[in-house]
Design a binder for this molecule. Sequence first.
Ligand code: AMP
Ligand code: GLY
Length: 428
Amino acid sequence: MKVLLIGGGGREHALALKLAQSPRLTQLYIAPGNTGTAQVGTNVPIPETDHQGLIAFAKEHHIDLTFVGPEGPLVAGIVDAFQKENLVIIGPNRKAAMVEGSKKWTKELMKKYGIPTAAYGDFTELNPALAYIEAQNTYPIVIKADGLAAGKGVTIAQSYSEAKEALENCFIHQQFAEAGSTVVIEAFLQGEEATLLAFSDGTTVIPMVSAQDHKAVFDSDKGPNTGGMGAYSPAPIVTPEVEKLAYEQVLKPMIDGMKRDGIPFKGILYAGLMIHNNTPYVVEFNARFGDPETQIILPRLETDLLAIFEAIHTETLHTLTLEWSPYQTVCVVLASEGYPGNFEKHKPITGTEFFNNKADIQLVHAGTTPGPNNTILSNGGRVLGVVAWDKELKIAIEKAYQGVHAIHFENKYFRTDIAQKALRKNTE
Ligand code: AMP
Ligand code: GLY
């Protein structure tokens, strides 16, 4: 099969590495890809926003199946555009991708389907929103821009004045443009977060193994939030009991309800959960694989990923039983010092040969770019992810940090405590 993978981050490099293991794969193209994906397949310089360009490429190169990594093209309707041309593409259509594209719409669905989540109100004007916050009079309170905001649309307000500022940023300063013209105000959920991803063909939903990411930039979960400084799988907080509840009370009712309402969700459903007293509550849904969760989940997948994608397309997921390795996986992100604020780019990266021919450690590229004479340069906030696995978490962590220390570039920054939280929980 000839496959086109859309996207160019760490998630897409991890997807490319897994797809390359498929005996069904004959050729892999990645648009636009990155320095890592170029080592696995052929990068194609078409941006993910250029749907017509991607369609033309898929036709010209007789692509059998296209997979969409990031949310942007999904929410913008790339699946509908490909399907109109009778091209096979895996991902939710524009309507179903609203689980990520509109928080208000998704809260309404959750309410309708009885899915546990925080109480909320939704607003399109400042004054009623302020009145709601005054009436709640409980802090922290969570203010969310309705639409896509590149992970920056959520404020956990500790006081009335912080909440007011967040609302003014949306309604008056139009910080998120149209995405912030509607705002969801939510009760703050206590507990510990975990990610549960699932494959769905619109009828059947199969959860993947659990994961947890480290969002804060500094050790001990301090400092501002980032796209993720590391992650691990499984997440000990997702016990078999929690997983069962998450399937019965979150994933299954969501997929069943959307099918009933004529908006079947075909693709990857991402449930961001808050787990409190062994009960999962939905913090958010996304319409795609997580980043960096994909980097630690896919190495554990033993079933052919391309066979799963085909089963999503043909709506035959119920015929598959997914196999997962018992390995514990850890990903440590190597970032540019200063991220998520200002940072310098284009620093030469050395030491990547450490990862050659190793079976239990992988280097995943995110923000890298080719330099002169076959060199690789840093080109983003999150530059690389070191992914390692072992039957024992402690050893997986040690291996990952060996990889971290083998890589060198000026201004390299990483957290030193990735997965320690899981290690503590395992020994409790
Ligand atoms: P979201 O984009 O909705 O996932 O929100 C981003 C982050 O804000 C989440 O990963 C949580 O850490 C936090 N968050 C969002 N909603 C809530 C909530 N209702 N209670 C507590 N934390 C939340
Ligand atoms: N790791 C969070 C996300 O992918 O949304």
